[in-house]
Design a protein around this ligand. Structure first.
Ligand code: HEM
Ligand SMILES: *[C@@H]1O[C@H](CO)[C@@H](O)[C@H](O)[C@H]1NC(C)=O
Length: 335
């Protein structure tokens, strides 16, 4: 299935395939459409794109942070993660999620051009896509996609984000805790966690590829680097040097060797037993997902295509549409 939005001539094909796909998996998303704001807020995509590009050029890590924010929202894509005092304060998120100010600034701009129209959940989903595209795709990576075409303004391949989500009117701190996967999980637990959201093993591996961007704090990988057996000793030594058994909890290490590039280095690292999180290495540890990790490690095109497809799927989890929910005027507060 073609998952990249490329030229207008292929958009129809894309929609047909996407429609057939969503019908197949039974996701209730009939109301989402890539042109949802076509008449109500025609500037929405360009406003978000330039805000993301400028945020990323100020802070190379911001693309990673925005992608992760969408993921954490999306085990229920209703912008509940943005509400002050809710999920944000849960252990998996507090002092860990970043990028709220970027979303606020996009929201402020959109409220001045199209008041009360664009939901915070949709802003997050577009910002996540633009973050991936903004994160320094190599020229050679782009050539891999010469079969499709590239978005001239973004300079990289991209996909059509489906829009029309509404924002929640509540945030549950407990729900955030229960639903998100933990970095200490083994493969069966990860598979189950994703399955509960309607995501299969292929989605799990492709989406975990989001760890080609960004960094993690020492406390999330300490036990792996100090105690796991399935780790390259040289890599373990290197990581332990800034993540001792005691102290340095918030010291950062990159999730893959090229944390500002959306490449296949993450999967290459797993094959070499250099996954940073226990849950990363679990994807290549003699289990059912080994083959896919191996395949992605040498095929950026396949990774990209599957990542895009799985991002669209993830963007449909527990959404609110139509008369459900609201369009928040301030992403941090219920109207
Ligand atoms: C498979 C289960 C997953 C687990 C257990 C997991 C866990 C984690 C952990 C523990 C961190 C570091 C947080 C910190 O140190 O504060 C992290 C960072 C990150 N995660 Fe995941 N994650 C998973 C899936 C995903 C998915 C599906 C995506 C996106 C598609 C994603 C994108 C990211 C990004 C981009 C970062 C870096 C953020 C930054 O540098 O600000 N993760 N993840
Ligand atoms: C720490 O790692 C060891 C070795 O892999 C494992 O047996 C143990 O369960 C881990 N502890 C936690 C809290 O994950």
């Amino acid at each position: 299935m073609a998952s990249f939005k490329s030229s207008s001539s292929t958009i129809t094909t894309f929609k047909f395939h996407l429609g057939a796909f969503l019908l197949l998996v039974g996701v209730a998303s009939a109301q989402l459409a890539s042109n949802f704001y076509g008449t109500s807020c025609p500037s929405v995509l360009s406003v978000i794109k330039s805000a993301v590009n400028s945020a990323v050029s100020n802070d190379a890590r911001m693309g990673a942070s925005l992608l992760r924010l969408h993921f954490h929202d999306c085990f229920g894509c209703d912008a509940s993660v943005l509400l002050d005092g809710g999920e944000k304060t849960a252990p998996a998120n507090a002092n860990s999620l970043r990028g709220f100010e970027v979303i606020d600034s996009i929201k402020t701009q959109l409220e001045s051009s199209c008041p009360g129209v664009v939901s915070c959940a949709d802003i997050l989903s577009v910002a996540a896509r633009d973050s991936v595209v903004a994160k320094g795709l190599l020229h050679s990576d782009q050539q891999l996609f010469s079969g499709g075409s590239t978005d001239a303004q973004l300079g990289g391949p991209t996909w059509a984000v489906q829009l029309g989500r509404k924002d929640s009117t509540t945030a549950s701190r407990d729900e955030a805790n229960n639903d998100l996967p933990s970095p200490f999980m083994d493969l069966p637990a990860l598979i189950n966690n994703f399955k509960r959201q309607g995501l299969n093993e292929r989605d799990l591996v492709a989406l975990s590829g989001g760890h080609t961007l960004g960094s993690a704090q020492c406390f999330t990988f300490r036990n792996r680097t100090h105690n796991d057996a399935n780790i390259d000793p040289k890599f373990a030594k290197q990581r332990k040097s800034t993540c001792p058994l005691v102290g340095g909890d918030s010291n950062l290490a990159p999730l893959d060797p090229t944390p500002a590039r959306f490449d296949v280095a993450y999967f290459n690292s797993l094959v070499k037993k250099r996954g940073l999180l226990h849950s990363d290495q679990a994807l290549f540890n003699g289990g059912s997902t080994d083959g896919l990790v191996k395949a992605y490690s040498s095929n950026a095109k396949a990774f990209w295509a599957d990542f895009a497809k799985s991002m669209v799927k993830m963007g449909n989890i527990k959404i609110l549409t139509g008369k459900q929910g609201q369009v928040r005027l301030n992403c941090r507060k219920v109207n």
